[in-house]
Design a protein around this ligand. Sequence first.
Ligand code: ADP
Ligand code: 5GP
Length: 204
Amino acid sequence: MKPGIVIIAAPSGAGKTTLCDMLLQDYPELVYSVSCTTREPRGEEEDGVDYHFVDKAAFERLIGERAFLEHALVHGNYYGTLAAPVRDALRDNLSILLDIDVAGAAQVRESLAALPEGDPLRNCGFVDIFISPPSIAELRRRLVSRGEDAPEVIERRIGNARGEMARADEFHYHVVNDDLGVAYRELRAILEHENAVIGPENHV
Ligand code: ADP
Ligand code: 5GP
């Protein structure tokens, strides 16, 4: 297996967290990249598990220290991937799952290409997958039924979703999350095909 970076991007509400949690359960050699964010914790989210929740000053300090592999302003809040845990995972022969937005994915592609020859990050495996909902109407239904966002937040997320879905072509793979079981099987097949994870038949 070639350890590497697995990027999964999707409009909020498409089912990315659900699908990522399923992958992380099934593949112990895949670890989750815990992002930093300036947004408030939602529901049962835990600091250090779902996100590192930091204030704007701390986030800007990390930008100044060049601690991020990528960072972006999403829905009015900062989000960023710390470079150190990505390097640590690759050093430990693990693949690392980045749940980030389309702008962050573009930055990762650029950052990796700009690294010097011989940098382990430049030569690691890389796969990027875009997940979309079957329709905007279904996306709205899922955001409403999740019950975590105010109506105006839901409308903002849907507005952003149209822009994100227009950039799906930037990704090597595109999975439509209509039936959850079908989408999950497609996702697993992609990761196993790319050797980012070992197929279940090879698990001891
Ligand atoms: P995201 O992480 O992309 O914002 P979530 O994983 O939180 O999305 O999913 C949003 C909501 O939609 C959740 O309530 C989840 O249970 C539900 N959901 C996810 N995938 C499907 C699917 N294929 N069909 C129906 N509901 C789904
Ligand atoms: P949420 O607030 O719903 O957890 O996430 C909102 C959006 O921010 C999602 O599209 C999610 O993928 C994205 N996001 C989460 N972490 C990061 C990150 O570290 N970098 C970038 N660029 N986007 C992120």
